[in-house]
Design a protein around this ligand. Sequence first.
Ligand code: DGL
Length: 265
Amino acid sequence: MIGIFDSGLGGLTVVRAIMDRLPGYDIVYFGDTARMPYGSKSPRTVVDYARQDSMLLIRKGARLVLMACNTASSVAFEPIARRLETPVFEVVTPAVETALQCSRNQRIGVIGTRATIGSAVYERKIKNRQPDAAVYSVACPLLVPLVEEGWLRKPETKTIVKKYLTPLKNRQIDTLVLGCTHYPILKHIVQHKIGKQINVIDSSLAVAEKLAAYLTDQPSLLHALPQTGRVRLLVSDITPQFESMAQMLLQQKVELEQVRLPVDL
Ligand code: DGL
């Protein structure tokens, strides 16, 4: 199975892209709803959570683990990928590569959680590839709770997005990275507030593409992955909002299974 995790709903944007790019492959998803948001936790706590999430997925049968969470990818990918034998994937690098492909003036904005922005991972990875690039980052800690609440069209959400984007408005950016997997769910508002001429990057397609390319190079792993089209959704706390939002994002009826962390490990 392809194992995918996030703190909550956001990683389902990546699940959707993988279902489209690798149709029929079984997926086991874990949303750590009891402990979200991750973005306001310290790096050490995020590493602990991400390690437990990865182990949980492996014990449930995942043959590879995708951190569909920028926060975990930013602070926990290296320590975890180094220690696990199972292949681990992250979502920051595909977003960086897509942003650099799209940007003409190399002036790139990044929005993400406090932990992601605090890690400066986007700036580092962009400048490693393009030293002349200018990167402007803004932490948007209120957006994840708004998405989890399903406040996708409320005026309050629009006001908050506008306020977060204001510092980026006079930076002459031509590209804005949605550096959190929850944010594509608010892409319509972000695009409207930042301006329609700006490339707004949702990395989920690039992540799915990267995974597909990896699997093409690893035919034995690809053929070992079950293909019954099953998408198992595990959560650490069942909430009605998660269920209805998951149904909307995956466009199918979902059944949530509760797991307890770390006691089920
Ligand atoms: N989707 C997660 C990310 O990409 C949200 C983190 C959070 O729970 O704050 O960073």
